[in-house]
Design a protein around this ligand. Structure first.
Ligand SMILES: *Cc1c(COP(=O)(O)O)cnc(C)c1O
Length: 422
């Protein structure tokens, strides 16, 4: 065994969360052994219990038909309610402030219906640049929907010339100087491209002091970094469940709405019958009376089959606990960073901030020499059974996920990257 292998073995042996890896299905690589899967930022791996959970649901449907709404181990009528507690734990929220529904972009639109109410003086949306396209399209189309010109309505904050991440101070400066015209601050907790974590607390507090509404896109943050949405005072947040939450492609997403809005009748919202007060939902009357809390934003009766994978996924998070995952994440990503800096600093640049407080598990890498090109390196890695992802124009994103990745994965990745860049 060489020194690096020994170090990885030792680190894995000391890892109290190491056994969680066995509760996931790791896709095989070309040699039939497990691939080096560092792509949980894009699609999390399948928990070993997911199949049985989904099959159990099909069994209930087969056995009970419509009665499955009230019978079986997990009746469908209150099905979504079981996710409130674990999601609240991950979001740093009260159970009544979160709901599992729809998909991320749909929730973002629903939230903007309620929380983006432009007036003559206050009509702008602050967003980062370049933002994830769906978020950019969503805010752009919301501005247009209100008859505004997005060129006017959007304030986009980008990294300074020659820098790779956005300074929190620059965001705070915009809020301070232009906050009176900002209706909504809409930022990601962790930025998808750079892996940068924003100072969510400071930004939320500053924006609210200026009278802005604050919404967070937690697609890359939930299950990755600890969140305290309630205490920070955010107005809303949205996330998807297929990245760090491991609930499968296109999984049902989640939404946070602060309790101060939970039963505010003055807030506009788009309504559907599943958001109606539970006690009288089936009276089938024409007048909408919202359920208190985030549940009141639900539209349809939920897609139970798509929700089933959330059960084993969230169960794993509750077992592992976010505080322990955060601790391991720092060590795991820290080790990846250390190896890259020690062995590949002439070939690879890390865009992601070095401070743990400013990132989650993902590191975004850019190839320095230009030969082989970043794209070529990515393709070489892929053929060697290393699953990472490529983001135009020039970034390879690498995410060692503390729930199922090992220090040995990191070691193997670095070895493959050394080969692919030589
Ligand atoms: C993954 C991701 C999305 C995906 O949106 P869907 O509606 O789930 O397709 C949107 N925004 C951000 C920032 C993301 O990272």
């Amino acid at each position: 065994m060489n020194g690096l292998t020994e170090a990885a073995v030792r680190l894995d042996r000391e890892d109290e969360l190491a056994s969680f890896r066995r509760r996931f299905r790791i896709p095989p690589g070309p040699d039939g052994k497990s691939s080096v899967y560092l792509c949980g930022n894009s699609l999390g791996l399948q928990p070993a219990d997911t199949e049985a959970t989904v099959l159990g649901l099909l069994e209930d449907w087969g056995r009970y038909g419509v009665e499955g709404h009230f019978r079986g181990e997990r009746p469908w009528m209150p099905y979504h309610e079981q996710f409130a507690e674990p999601l609240a734990a991950l979001a740093g929220a009260l159970p009544a402030e979160v709901v599992c529904m729809n998909t991320l972009t749909v929730n973002l639109h629903l939230m903007m219906v309620s929380f983006y109410q432009p007036s003559n003086d206050r009509f702008r949306i602050l967003i980062e640049k370049p933002a994830f396209p769906s978020d950019r399209y969503a805010v752009d189309s919301q501005a247009r929907f209100h008859g505004l010109d997005p060129d006017d309505a959007l304030i986009e904050v980008s990294p300074r010339e020659g820098e790779t991440v956005i300074r929190d101070a620059d965001i705070l400066e915009i809020i301070e100087t232009r906050g009176d015209s900002i209706a909504l601050v809409m930022l990601p907790g962790v930025q998808y491209y750079s892996g940068q974590r924003f100072d969510m607390e400071a930004i939320t507090v500053a924006a609210r002091k200026k009278g802005c509404r604050v919404g967070w896109d937690m697609a890359h943050a939930i299950g990755n970094v600890p969140l305290s949405l309630h205490d920070w005072g955010a107005d809303f947040a949205v996330w998807c469940s297929y990245k760090y939450l491991n609930s499968g492609p296109g999984a049902v997403a989640g939404c946070f709405i602060h309790e101060r809005h939970g039963s505010d009748p003055a807030l506009p919202r788009f309504a559907g019958w599943w958001g109606h007060d539970k006690g009288s939902r089936f009276h089938m009357g024409p007048v909408f009376r919202p359920s208190p809390g985030a549940e009141g934003w639900q539209l349809s009766n939920p897609p139970i089959l798509s929700m089933a994978p959330l059960i084993p996924s969230l169960h794993l998070f509750m077992d592992a606990r976010m505080d322990r995952l955060t601790e391991k994440s720092r060590r795991l990503t820290g080790w990846l960073e250390e190896l890259l800096k020690g062995r590949l600093s002439d070939r690879v640049e890390i865009l992601t901030p070095a401070a743990h407080s400013q990132r989650g598990c993902q590191l975004s890498l850019r190839m320095l020499s230009g030969r082989p090109s970043g794209r070529e390196v990515f393709e070489r890695l892929t053929s060697a059974g290393v699953i990472v992802d490529w983001r135009e124009p020039d970034v390879i994103r690498v995410a060692p996920v503390p729930l199922y990745n090992s220090f040995d994965d990191v070691r193997r990745f670095v070895g493959h990257l050394e080969e692919a860049t030589s």
